[in-house]
Design a protein. Structure first.
Length: 104
């Protein structure tokens, strides 16, 4: 598994062991299982490079404000790489507006 990731995404090697361990810890603290974390790294290896603050902020917004199940975040980890101000919040506002009008 690990070798396949390094082979497919060599840029993954720029992360230090400490950064990788901190990422694992952050995702586990948020409630992701080890298997979900592995799946997230396979689908979006750059999630390892995201700061703990960014991951927490975006995950909490998606789960608490947008009512996403944690499993949905695990299935779509690339959403953690999107800008809160430019992508996530504006789209969530559109979804909320459509839902309030009964269109969604």
């Amino acid at each position: 598994d690990v070798w396949a990731i390094f082979k497919k995404w060599p840029q993954f090697l720029v992360n230090s062991e400490v950064k990788i361990l901190n990422s694992v810890e952050t995702f586990l603290e948020l409630g992701f299982s080890r298997d979900e974390f592995k799946m997230m790294v396979k689908r979006y290896p750059s999630c390892i490079g995201l700061s703990a603050e960014t991951v927490k902020k975006k995950t909490e917004f998606l789960v608490k404000k947008m009512n996403w199940p944690l499993k949905a975040v695990a299935s779509n980890p690339a959403v953690l790489g999107l800008s809160m101000e430019k992508r996530i919040v504006p789209r969530s506002n559109v979804i909320k507006a459509l839902m309030s009008k009964g269109l969604l």
